[in-house]
Design a protein around this ligand. Structure first.
Ligand code: MCA
Ligand code: AMP
Length: 461
């Protein structure tokens, strides 16, 4: 029988009533296990199950139930419009939607109820480590999001590596308010707590006030969240009792690093990863913390920089036990993401210092945008804009933005439609965070002699 993934669920002391607090609702580990057991019984044998991933105790219960039952989980962003939701459901083959609403919002899936108040025993063995735990949809530079297959082995290896790097134990209280449909908030932020046995306070939304009020020892945030914390001095000062402030998902600007240091008395810890690789590089709790550096490879991870002509900056490639098992239904894209000798090509440009510390300096493709820590492919937003009958051409870029890191700016050739209409159109078809924040109207897109749009010739946003 394979070892349980969420080790702490069956350990002694599971009756602490506030072991988890999700958006204000407390739950013990015993009660979570009972409610998740009921979910497991309901979905056992399904090839795959989707979860409407609201930031709630229902989502935590649903995901834990699927992990117990060994059914691969496909989180669906709760605000995703029909185009994105239906793509995720159809491509993954998920016929069941845990936490579905039972109406049109479920798309082609059948709603399966999730009730955190239910109790049911579940004693079936967990599946083998090589089986798929999650199918996580993530944007490429073009086309619709691809489903990254994440094994139970990869999740376990990553969480154990992070526990080692951060000295993360059952003594900690983890606090964050990140979305529950990505690696950061779901895999690290929920499964991490349930594997290490730390308490978990999920604040619903990642606001500075909620972080300040939660009294945690370990905090997770994307740089946008940390920037907002720094701008809220009282909230920042309230975090001075924490043990570790961790930033990831996008580059942490040096002024935010320094602001946190000044206001909390703590140097933040930065770590780096991707949906496809999970977290591969991190500053250690007992290591040096420098702005702009993401630290050392986790145990078992190897990294290399592939640079042209002896340069010391180039594309970062990684290998190790936390890597994904390919993109579902996309053997072409899977093959393209690996170098000939089997290393995964991250698409990030990095440098490795002589002491082994990693610095992420940019992305190989300008068509991959990071806004508020969300990864957004320019092509997906362009396709959504082109679905509007008034739009004939579209080019989408990420422009530097103080709060979000990058903001999505769309350049369109269109007739008879306004900026807000197009913003709302994209927000209604895809996830809301994929909407352009600005739309600029042009007579024509700049193109080269081959007719290919030249994004670097677009006017400033
Ligand atoms: C605004 N809203 C709209 C519209 N405009 N709704 C419909 N139509 C519109 N046109 C609503 C939204 O639904 C939302 O409502 C509210 O306005 C605010 O949304 P938004 O403007 O998007 O919020 P924000 O302030 O921009 O969000 C900042 C944020 C967010 C909270 C930091 O970006 C965030 O949660 N980021 C985390 C991303 C993350 O976890 N990435 C990890 C990827 P309502 O209030 O009702 O919701 S994993 C990863 O990267 C790797 C593995 C790693 O390294 O971690
Ligand atoms: P996602 O697949 O949403 O998980 O996004 C992965 C991407 O986020 C990586 O390829 C990087 O471009 C970016 N990223 C994650 N963590 C960091 C970090 N600490 N510094 C810079 N970029 C990061």
């Amino acid at each position: 029988m394979a070892a349980p993934l969420l080790t702490s669920l069956t350990e002694p002391g599971g009756d602490r009533p506030d072991a988890l607090v999700v958006a204000g609702r407390p739950c013990s580990r015993e009660d979570l296990l009972g409610a998740a057991g009921a979910v497991a019984a309901r979905i056992a044998g399904a090839p795959v199950v989707a979860v409407r991933a609201t930031p709630t105790l229902e989502t935590v219960t649903a995901v834990v139930g699927a992990v117990l039952a060994g059914v691969p989980v496909v989180p669906v962003p709760p605000d995703s419009g029909p185009a994105e939701r239906d793509h995720i459901l159809r491509d993954s083959g998920a016929a069941l939607l845990l936490g579905g609403t039972g109406d049109d919002a479920d798309g082609p899936a059948e709603a399966v109820p999730v009730d955190p108040a239910e109790r049911s025993g579940w004693s079936e063995p967990e599946p083998e480590p090589d089986s798929t735990a999650f199918i996580l949809y993530t944007s490429g530079t073009t086309g619709a999001p691809k489903g990254a297959l994440i094994s139970r082995r990869a999740v376990a290896a990553d969480l154990d590596g992070l526990a080692d790097a951060w000295a993360w134990t059952a003594e900690d209280t983890l606090v964050h308010g990140l979305p529950l449909f990505h690696v950061h908030g779901l895999v690290l932020g929920v499964l991490g707590a349930l594997r290490t046995g730390s308490r978990l306070v999920h604040t619903g939304r990642p606001t500075p006030e909620a972080y300040a009020a939660a009294g945690g020892s370990l905090y997770f945030g994307v740089p946008t969240v940390w920037g907002r914390v720094v701008r809220d001095e009282a909230a920042a000062r309230a975090l001075s009792g924490a043990r570790l402030l961790v930033s990831g998902s996008a580059p942490l600007p040096a002024p935010v690093f320094r602001g946190l240091a000044e206001l909390t008395g703590q140097l933040p810890v930065e770590r780096y990863g991707m949906t496809e690789t999970l977290i591969t590089v991190s500053t250690r709790a007992d290591g040096e913390r420098r702005p702009g550096y993401v630290g050392l490879p986790l145990p078992g991870i190897a990294t290399r920089v592939v640079a042209e002509d002896g340069a010391d900056i180039g594309e970062l490639e990684v290998s190790g036990p936390t890597l994904f098992d390919g993109y579902l239904n996309r053997p072409d894209a899977t093959t393209a993401s690996y170098a000939a000798d089997g290393w995964f090509r991250t698409g990030d440009i990095a440098a490795i210092e002589p002491d082994g510390s990693h610095r992420i300096v940019g992305r190989a493709s300008t068509d991959m945008i990071k806004s508020g820590g969300y990864r957004i492919g320019a092509g997906e937003v362009e396709n959504a804009l082109l679905d509007h009958p008034a739009v004939s051409e579209a080019a989408v870029v990420g422009a530097p933005h103080e709060d979000l890191g990058q903001e999505i700016v769309a350049y369109v050739v269109a007739d008879g439609v306004g900026e807000q209409d197009l913003i709302d159109f994209v927000a209604g078809r895809l996830s809301v965070h994929k909407r352009p924040r600005k739309v600029r109207f042009l007579d024509a897109l700049p193109r080269n002699a081959m007719g290919k749009p030249q994004k670097k010739l677009l006017p400033p946003a």
